[in-house]
Design a protein. Structure first.
Length: 366
């Protein structure tokens, strides 16, 4: 067991929310030693393997005339992400030592350090991927005046990349992000440790006790203020036609009154509203920011990312902010409101989809 795993197995104010709903992933005394050892081995092998792998990949790309040197980009991307992940882990361990030795990780100074680490890590991760893929980031439709704190960010979820995007986007503006995340992401060592220290909520795919899962989200909502935002992805998983068909069938049986809105959604899954409503209950004064994007579709999984390197699909991002005073107070009405807004975002996506390849230089998250 690593020292950090031992410390984080002890109760603390933030841990009770971060750990309360996780049950399918092994505990930190198993998970963190495994993920840390894997990262250390990968980091040690990277400078040894990468030069040879790059040479082989380049030769194969030239011989087969692979467009945009996809294999070469893949090797470079994997090596770069390993090093970024290792750098983040070193910073996290350093913050733990400074605490000192994890005894004050919940103090204001420590929390600020973890916020800085997560902001740096997500910005560097996104920047690395955007540069190597390449993946130009178009923020021309994004009104930055809408990105203030005291809000719940309700985001489209289409890729592994868009999960970390809000942390980079809002972190670059000095805001703390309070996340709800799938517990599978605990296997990523930086998300696991920093998420735990900052009190993020990790949710299960199929909760046995829904109320037990929602209460930590409500508690997380109480921490939203002018210096922070909450982040949730109400679709719960990536969009595909099979999942859309399954979702529509479920809604037609359980909530047929919402089917008229769900059937309008061709590019997003109908939202699972329980988590968003719980967030709103915990933060009754917070506005809602809908975060939509187009262009992450070819990069859903790691395999998709590697297969689509060099495609030069740009990412277009847009946000809509709704003052809390314009949103109904009653939960049933809030769900209807969420479905209506989600259908409107789907219409915006339809107007930009499929995204034509572009060579436009993208924006940076500064």
């Amino acid at each position: 067991m690593t020292p950090e795993a031992w410390f984080d197995s002890k109760p603390n104010n933030h841990c009770q929310y971060a750990c309360a709903v996780a049950s399918e992933v092994p505990g930190p005394w198993i998970r963190r030693p495994v993920s840390t050892v894997v990262l250390l081995v990968a980091t040690a092998l990277t400078p040894i393997v990468t030069p040879v792998a790059l040479l082989i990949a380049l030769v194969m790309d030239l011989v087969t005339r692979t467009p945009r040197l996809r294999r070469t980009r893949g090797v470079l991307l994997i090596a770069s992400l390993i090093l970024v992940d290792f750098a983040g882990r070193v910073l996290v361990f350093g913050a733990w030592l400074i605490a000192p030795f994890g005894t004050r990780v919940q103090g204001a100074k420590s929390q600020r350090r973890y916020w800085w680490i997560m902001t740096w890590w997500t910005k560097t991760l996104m920047g690395t991927i955007c540069a190597i893929t390449p993946l130009p980031l178009d923020l021309s439709e994004l009104d930055e005046s809408l990105l203030d704190g005291n809000a719940i960010v309700v985001g489209r979820h289409r890729s592994l990349l868009d999960a970390v995007f809000p942390a980079a986007l809002f972190g670059a503006r000095g805001l703390t992000t309070h996340y709800t995340l799938k517990e599978d992401l605990r296997w990523e060592p930086n998300i696991d440790v920093v998420g735990h220290r900052m009190g993020h909520v990790f949710v299960t795919r199929s909760p046995k006790d829904l109320e037990a899962e929602l209460d930590p989200i409500r508690q997380l909502g109480t921490r939203i203020d002018d210096t922070s935002v909450g982040v949730i992805f109400p679709e719960g998983t990536f969009f595909n036609e099979t999942r859309r068909t399954r979702a529509l069938a479920s809604i037609s049986k359980r909530n047929p009154e919402r089917l008229k809105w769900a059937e309008r959604m061709n590019y997003v899954l109908p939202p699972r509203p329980a988590g968003t409503i719980a967030f709103m209950e915990g933060a009754p004064d917070a506005d809602i920011i809908m975060l939509g994007h187009v262009g992450f579709e070819p990069f859903g999984t790691i395999r998709d990312i590697l297969n689509n390197l060099g495609a030069e699909h740009g990412i277009i991002v847009r946000a809509w902010r709704f003052a809390r005073s314009t949103i109904p107070d009653e939960p049933t009405a809030q769900i209807e409101w969420l479905f209506e807004r989600w259908a409107e975002m789907d219409e915006w996506i339809a107007g930009h989809h499929p995204l034509a390849p572009t060579k436009k230089r993208g924006h940076k998250l500064t």
